[in-house]
Design a protein around this ligand. Structure first.
Ligand SMILES: [Zn+2]
Length: 401
């Protein structure tokens, strides 16, 4: 049987007064997900291993059954994979933000959401001026870039820049987690300070300053790691050809290490206006040749971060009517049976506007299966499902069984 996972990022939430005490998943009109839940089995999945932060990379790796303590190497390495940077043994990858500093303060983590075009020029300039046989800079998207370091020690304490807006940055410079890493920390801090010397005068920043925009006047490296010891899904579960469809670098990077092909969908933005129909069509197209498709949609998470309850409800209804519905309808006519799972990676409650580590609801539907008693897909209903709480690789094994 072929397998399709439809993942609504951050879709889970908590009861909200504005929705009459319901969660967005309960409140939203989701006839297609509800029908799958009614014909399938449901439950809850723990997607954030103890001791880990509830990041999307952590949660999505868990959904695929990876053992976080064994394979987790931070964000940088995943983004490197999605940028086709093949890390060699002994190399460390780090997320390298372009940030805006003002005096002693880290003004924002995004250099005022600098454009990709501007950022590409700055990253090329950084690589020309600060790059060496030891360090190389790679341009990514907007403020999100990559630094690859040779001869370093990854045991570093770094602070995500989005955690310290408008705070003095000096106390949060890179620190060593063990004595062997002190040279690496000093080397990285030297890079940060030198970037602050050379970036302001660059024409891109001069133009931004004239236009009253924030300058990208510092780098901020964080989340160091080495190439992860991730086996492919083929090695782990015998899955044949597979693909991943996502607008998010982290998720695409997980897919690369999992042995999945990354499928580009035009207009897939990771935002509310994403090309839902294009993603649904791409998933169906991929399922014609592949045994496994991981379809990731970011919009609900963004709505949760905005704290916008009505928008979050709409993103859930869009996922249901523009992806789940058309996909299920199309698959009905296929001879080949397809197992379908729908789930979020983690909650992003509108009330707190950030991720939590609470277990998430899931549904698994396989044609002809014996359903459980649950007829709706939401955080509360699935508590009466067949699987009160799965963890580690129990979910993916159940799905692939
Ligand atoms: Zn997420």
């Amino acid at each position: 049987m072929k397998t399709l996972i439809i993942l609504g990022d951050g879709m889970a939430d908590e009861p909200i007064a504005e929705l009459g005490g319901q969660t967005p998943l309960q409140y939203a009109r989701t006839p297609h997900m509800d029908r799958l839940a009614a014909a399938g089995v449901t439950g809850r999945l723990k997607t954030v291993a103890d001791g880990f932060h509830p990041g999307s990379e952590v949660a999505n790796m868990s959904v695929l059954g990876y053992d976080l303590p064994t394979v987790y190497e931070g964000r940088g390495v995943l983004e490197a994979a999605s940028m086709n940077v093949d890390l060699q043994p002994g190399e460390i990858a780090m997320r390298c933000n372009l940030v805006c500093v003002e005096g002693d303060l880290l003004k924002n983590h995004s250099a005022g959401h600098i454009t990709t075009g501007e950022a590409e020029e700055l990253m090329a300039y950084l690589d020309e001026r600060l790059g060496s046989d030891r360090v190389k800079f790679y341009p990514g998207v907007s403020y999100r870039h990559l630094l690859v370091l040779k001869r370093g020690d990854k045991h570093l304490l770094c602070t995500p820049p989005h955690d310290i807006p408008l705070q003095p940055f000096a106390p949060y410079l890179v620190r060593a987690e063990r004595p062997e890493a002190e040279e690496t920390a000093a080397f990285l801090n030297e890079l940060i300070l030198r970037s602050q010397e050379i970036l302001p005068a660059h024409p891109v920043n001069q133009k931004r300053a004239r236009e009253g925009k924030d300058m990208a006047n510092s780098i901020w490296p964080w989340s160091p790691g080495e190439r992860p010891a991730m086996q492919t899904l083929h090695e782990l579960y015998g899955i044949g050809r597979g693909s991943v469809i996502s607008a998010v670098d982290l998720i695409r990077g997980i897919g690369v290490y999992a042995g999945l092909k990354v499928i580009e969908v035009e207009g897939a933005t990771g935002l509310y206006d994403t090309n839902y129909e294009g993603k649904a069509a791409a998933a169906l197209e991929a399922l014609r040749t592949d045994d496994f498709v991981y379809l990731h949609v970011e919009a609900s998470d963004e709505a949760g971060h905005e704290g916008d309850v009505q928008l979050k409800v709409r993103t859930i209804e869009n996922l249901d009517s523009r992806i789940v519905g058309p996909v299920v309808e199309a698959l009905r006519t296929w001879n080949e049976p397809v197992a379908i799972a729908v789930l979020p990676d983690h909650p992003t409650p509108c009330a707190i506007r950030t991720h939590t580590a609470e277990p998430v609801p899931f549904l698994i539907y396989k044609p002809g299966m014996e359903p459980d008693a649950v007829t709706r897909f939401d955080e509360i209903s699935v508590r009466a499902g067949r699987y009160p709480l799965l963890e580690k690789n129990q979910f993916i094994k159940e799905l692939l069984r």
